[in-house]
Design a protein around this ligand. Sequence first.
Ligand SMILES: [Zn+2]
Length: 268
Amino acid sequence: MKVYILGSGAGIPIIGHFNESVLVEEKGCSYLFDAGEPCAATLHTNALLKFYGLKTIKNLPLINIYSIKCIFISHSDVDHISGLPMLLQVMHLWQKRGDSFRFQPDNSIRLYLPPEIVDIFRNLPHISKRFTLRYNLHINPIKEGCIYSDDLVKVLAIRNSHVKDGNSFSFILMSRDKRIAYSGDLGNESEIAHLVNEYVDLLIVECAHFSPERLCEALKRLERNIGMVIVTHIHESLYGREKDLERMFSERLNCKVIVAKDCLKLEL
Ligand SMILES: [Zn+2]
């Protein structure tokens, strides 16, 4: 299983810390968690360069966008959805290249959204009836519990308190032998406990709504159930301090902690 941190910043993006987006790849199928800007470009740059016979960029992933089976959006804050309309459009336009540029097996992709933004996306001009997408886009509102399963993975949605007057979810992705928890944004660090009540091989956790020190204390209490941690969606005051933070975590915790920058790739 491969994990790509496409965007590792919080509400204020800079180069190196774009908005939140994480891709998990299992046996040639991909699952995208959140779609902050500029996920379409980050995902597609090297595939496009390769298509036109140009040199690919070393630090960017080489991903087939049609390997994506599902997109899961944790909540409706702009830094988690801003790249989604463009990604849906790129998936449409790039299909002009021919029949091999299709989602398998039936040119469909599933989009899981907080209920309050389902209609907004159903009515976007480029995916509404006024315009016919070249692929089938199935839009589903997220409810708590198991929301998706296929031959390779199962995805659970777990409600958190980040959005006070709407819906906000964390996710657990389970394959046959791996379990990954993805926090999205949390109300506070105590909610991490709901994600690791069973052992997780990898916890991908935000650090924008509590300090690294408070995150560290929370992880200390839970680390027997955590194989490895990626800290992402970091507050802008932490940009450039990734190595200092990793040092702090490694001095206080037994599990390995990586503080993400964009395009971090991890193989589990
Ligand atoms: Zn956020």
